[in-house]
Design a protein around this ligand. Sequence first.
Ligand code: NAD
Length: 290
Amino acid sequence: MKVGFIGLGNMGAPMAANLAKAGHRVMGFDLAAPCPEGVAQAKSIAEAARGAEVVITMLPNGAILRLVADEALRAMTPGAVLCDCSTVDVESARQVAAEAATAGMGALDAPVSGGVGGATAGTLTFMVGGSDAAFATVKPLFDVMGQKAVHCGASGAGQAAKICNNMILGVTMIATCEAFALADKLGLDRAKMFDVVSTSSGYSWTMNAYCPAPGVGPKSPADNGYKPGFAAELMLKDLRLSQQAAEGADADTPMGALAAALYARFVEEEDGKGMDFSAMLPRFEKRGRG
Ligand code: NAD
């Protein structure tokens, strides 16, 4: 398949490289990052988009996506599909899809879970919103870049699934970290805490698979000085998207709101910038109730 790939950062570069390795003809464009091996270098968004059956974007946020999509759609061949894999607000995803439809193009919002490791290994999970026809067109590419693609519904449904999942993740990480800090102060050994909780009703992905306590449970960023992993700033971005969506949809999400406020303080006022999102544990360790 002829593929245009715009946004070749930490995630986009390995995703594009995997498509090229699988035999697809990929032409890439990024404002700053170089093209990975096997990907032809375009000089502009339009050049990457022209003649492609599918144009994939992997960009920092919704505002940038809207600008890039506008330019790409003007160059794309009618009937081609614009597939955005970035994590952006639901509104931007729907707006881009509407613009694509007006231009005679298909569109998907297809954010991912799995991080840079999953992008490199080709084991991402895609959460996809858009038409059946557009999903069918891009499915062979999802199969190369990931291990699972769930068609969640109409435009925006992929972003909705992503931010709901990550709101649970942020809230659960905080709960796991504050419980470890409380256990410390109660004199409970961390390994015993893990042993009990990981097989009791407090178990979760953050405890069992990504334990925030160093030396406890499977290897995680906690065992690597809390180097990301999944950066606290990215968790904050996703929590803010969840709150933006909750406000627009009149949904009551008090735990999500608290998690967003706590990650904002951690990243902007404390020492969370550049740390993995599980570094909430040393944050709680240092603090008492005041
Ligand atoms: P990144 O900052 O490494 O990459 C984004 C790239 O977009 C950069 O190389 C930048 O130069 C490029 N870019 C910005 N504006 C552009 C423009 N106008 N035209 C062309 N290129 C432009 O970010 P990333 O870590 O690759 O993340 C990309 C997206 O994936 C984000 O939406 C993020 O939330 C999401 N995501 C990231 C992870 C992760 O672990 N890194 C996991 C899941 C989802």
